[in-house]
Design a protein around this ligand. Structure first.
Ligand code: ADP
Ligand code: MG
Length: 574
């Protein structure tokens, strides 16, 4: 009779895990400790993959990338107080990127609230700024419905981060199983379509465009609109420009991709259709001098509040990108239309692309050592597997790398994103590798990091080695932030005083052997200084998939990007 009684009890930790499992949540990243260890154990018991990370921030980045890649949120599990606070960076980044994410934070005992409990902090309030939804269940019985609401909120409408607070006293409290009702898995997000009159008007604005341009953002990638957007591009023969993470929705080597003439395309287009891309800093706010003052924007977005930001759109198409693109295609099926391939606009774009490509080739083929960015990326691109994930962060490393490294598949590029966050790379790489392992074994992850960017989450190399993930880390090392100094200059500088006084704040220790971080945990490390060494080590890393590797690539510490048309706004404007 007694054992029956025990079987009918369930802990708060198990209820959290079961509620997540019921909502089809499959990945949990975190760091265990008081009071959440039991939640991680219970989740793992139910078949949720648990990935123990070394810093909550990286764990949160990883969980958010799972949301972007799979359309189902990953969980970041953190301890109270400082654990939760470390995760705020990841929540903010996810929310800014419009990526779904669930953060579950343990919190101090309710009976000690306001008494100065261990790691006490107003967690629900703290998360509000970084999330769409932040709540604490009022009882163990309320956990399933709050978790269902969090998961649903994270993927409905504009995706984003959600927080659920679990007080320590819930975790081990046992309640009667029969008192718990698990809420059914929430339905996939309902699909919304644009008003049909607006769709007609959009089609007519496009038909009358002299210099049209489609911009494909990461919203289009998230919406899985690749098939329909590609149809639209090919049927209407329109030039398109991907944003950094919109790369790959249509392959970068598609003949209609005008990525290599980005500034020119933005500056002279007279009609621009935005598929899931905001007119924020990445797109220079949609304003002159980067655009024509009278350019007509057609905005496609799932978020009504986004429509009209910074620029008054010619047409607003409120709805799901995939559905709205289908609506547009119907218009062009009814009355077929093509943008003339021999137009002056195509000629302008093609010429600019050719000259930009020639210029970056010229840099790439420079024989001088240390290597420059273009040489490095050219050799990486030569060997890049077509289906690999490309994760990248850094300043020049990311900006220049994006122009050379090609994406052929949607949702296969992850970078510093809308928030320009440094430190996301290793977490994103870990998430990509896990998703690849489950969905497409054999697929590799190439993570291209600046030396400074690598430092933010460098200890996650241990995580990579512990789970033996198919990740190749490339550290593009210029001994500094933006720019650094060579060893001789560094030594010379120190003659004038202590480094805290004389070393420019951009400096990092020259000639650092980051590859030893990988070697320390059993992976393979390479230190390369020439194109030949780079080629060889990359070939070996790609061939030997039994171990992760790190290639530390020394480049010219003062290497810069080629001259830009708009030098006063140098970021992401090539
Ligand atoms: P990028 O950085 O690539 O320019 P942004 O993150 O600025 O992209 O913009 C993405 C936009 O996509 C957001 O405004 C978001 O509301 C929107 N979005 C996300 N999912 C969908 C969807 N399924 N349908 C339509 N819009 C979406
Ligand atoms: Mg650097």
């Amino acid at each position: 009779e007694r054992s029956d009684e025990r079987e009918r009890l369930v802990s708060g930790a198990k209820v959290v895990a079961q509620a997540l499992k019921t909502q089809d949540v499959n990945y949990m990243f975190g760091i265990v400790g008081i009071p959440v260890t039991e939640i991680a154990l219970a989740a793992q018991e139910l078949g949720i993959r648990y990935i123990g990370m070394r810093n909550e921030q990286a764990a949160c980045y990883a969980a958010s990338a799972v949301g972007y890649l799979t359309g189902r949120p990953g969980v970041c599990l953190v301890v109270s107080g400082p654990g939760l606070i470390h995760a705020l960076g990841g929540m903010a980044n996810a929310n800014m990127n419009c990526w779904p994410l669930i953060v579950i934070g343990g919190s101090s005992e309710r009976s000690q609230e306001t008494m100065g409990a261990f790691q006490e902090f107003p967690q629900v309030e703290a998360c509000r700024l970084y999330s769409k939804f932040s709540a604490r269940p009022s009882s163990i019985e309320a956990i399933p419905s709050i978790i269902e609401k969090a998961v649903r909120s994270s993927i409905y409408g504009r995706p984003g981060a959600c927080y659920v607070d679990i007080p320590a006293d819930f975790v081990n409290l046992q309640v009667n199983v029969n008192s718990i009702r698990y809420v059914e898995c929430c339905m996939p997000p309902p699909v919304s379509m644009a008003e049909s009159s607006a769709v007609c008007m959009a089609a007519s604005v496009i038909r009358n465009a002299k210099q049209p341009l489609l911009i494909i953002g990461k919203g289009a990638a998230y919406a899985r609109a690749e098939e329909n957007i590609r149809k639209l591009v090919e049927q209407c023969k329109l030039p398109f420009l991907p944003t950094p993470m919109g790369k790959g929705v249509i392959p970068d080597n598609h003949p209609n991709c005008v990525g290599a003439a980005r500034s020119r395309a933005l500056q002279f287009a007279d009609v621009i259709v935005l598929f899931g891309a905001r007119l924020n800093w990445i797109l220079h706010f949609g304003l002159p001098p980067r655009y024509q003052p009278d350019v007509k924007f057609i905005q496609v977005d799932i978020c009504a509040e986004e429509l009209g930001n910074n620029v008054r759109p010619a047409v607003s198409l409120l709805g799901d990108i995939n559905a709205v693109t289908k609506q547009l295609l119907e218009q062009f099926d009814k009355t077929p239309w093509q943008y003339p391939p021999e137009s002056k606009w195509w000629k302008i774009l093609r010429e600019k692309m050719k000259s930009n490509e020639a210029l970056s080739k010229e840099f790439a083929f420079k024989k001088s050592l240390p290597m420059n960015y273009y040489t490095v990326f050219y050799h990486i691109q030569e060997q890049l597997p077509r289906d690999c994930f490309v994760v990248s962060e850094g300043a020049n490393t990311m900006d220049i790398g994006r122009t050379v490294l090609q994406n052929y598949l949607p949702r296969h590029r992850l970078d510093a994103g809308t928030f320009g966050t440094m430190g996301v790379g290793l977490g994103f790489a870990i998430a990509s590798a896990l998703v690849a392992k489950d969905r497409n074994p054999g697929q590799q992850v190439i993570c291209v990091e600046g030396d400074s960017a690598f430092g933010f989450s460098g200890m996650e190399v241990e995580t990579i080695c512990r789970y033996n993930l198919p990740i190749i880390l490339l550290v593009v090392n210029n001994n500094g932030i933006y720019q650094g100094f060579d060893t001789d200059t560094w030594k010379e500088m120190l003659k004038f005083g202590d480094a805290t006084i004389v070393a420019p704040p951009m400096c990092l220790l020259p000639h650092s052997h980051y590859e030893h971080v990988m070697i320390a945990f059993g992976g393979k490390g390479y230190f390369v200084q020439t194109p030949e060494e780079l080629q060889k080590s990359l070939r070996q890393s790609l061939a030997d998939t039994t171990k992760p590797s790190l290639i530390n690539i020394m480049i010219e510490p003062q290497a810069m990007r080629k001259a830009q048309d708009f030098h006063w706004l140098t970021r992401s404007n090539m």
